[in-house]
Design a protein around this ligand. Sequence first.
Ligand SMILES: *[C@@H]1O[C@H](CO)[C@@H](O)[C@H](O)[C@H]1NC(C)=O
Length: 346
Amino acid sequence: MPMIAFFLLLFLPSVSPNTPGSSGTYLEAPKFPTAGDCPSTDGYCNPSLVHIAITLDLHYLRGSIAAVHSIIRHTTCPETLFFHFVADASAGDLSAIIRDVFPSLRFRAYRFRIGRVRRLISSSVRSALENPLNYARNYLADLLEPCVRRVVYLDSDLILIDDIRHLWDSANAAFSDAPKATIAAPEYCHANFTLYFTDAFWNSRFKHTFEDRRRPPCYFNTGVMAIDLERWRKMNYGLQIERWMEIQKRVRIYDLGSLPPFLLVFAGEIEGLNHRWNQHGLGGDNVKGSCRGLHPGPVSILHWSGKGKPWDRFDAGEPCFIDYLWKIYDLHASSSSSSFSSIFSW
Ligand SMILES: *[C@@H]1O[C@H](CO)[C@@H](O)[C@H](O)[C@H]1NC(C)=O
């Protein structure tokens, strides 16, 4: 049975500009053998599939490709993974590159119209975090078909060094234990939650927002999270997030971009996953992108959140030590060229 990968004409017509085997500046990923006892998972709606959502845009494409490569390299049953790529509609057909790099990958691509979210983004949020594709995760419940009940959303600046099925299984166990939870993600309760919102927020009626939550509100990073899409759709959380974004346009209640609306809706309601699933902050701070090491403890996901991205640091000839772990999964053919030329030479 050949691997099935779908393109909905509705979303992105699949017209590949590349001849097979040559995806321009990206190498084809090596084939990884699959274990003998993998479940059969034909179709898009098969309940044994692990669903993974990742965004695609020009600047992060190299990161998205490395992320996918790391995932298939560390899983026992690659054909049981189904990828959902939410692509910047203005960036051309990036899914054709995915097809060339990963010929047997099962995926669908969805066109994300950035205009929908641009009018919602407050002009007061910091421009560095203003990429409208950051907001695509708010719309997964609408984009993916109703038969997809759960999905793991992953940022493009991370790699897995563990089987994603373990993450999937932990999230499913968390959702079974807590039927009222919609998000499962590592939580960071030592971070000072007050600081994610402005004084205007804490001095207004909004300060009561977190009072009826199941647990005290804590920071979580939205770059790695499992979402119960069924419950999300039922509760219309997408609309709740948009309502907070509308409020932010009138009153400046936070300074960051896409994260605070998620915290406003979900903090105190999420199910915590083991911190091994998001060793974040490897991109350094948000201003300089300085080098950072790992936190103590086991690691299954390395996440270059923060300003410094490993592909940019390699291109600049100044990689951090930790970036060499990312490089193992880099499929960029001419990694010494500048990111500008690599973007446009395919
Ligand atoms: C958190 O930050 C706020 C605002 O700066 C401060 O008033 C509060 O004492 C801090 N809380 C803790 C636990 O550090």
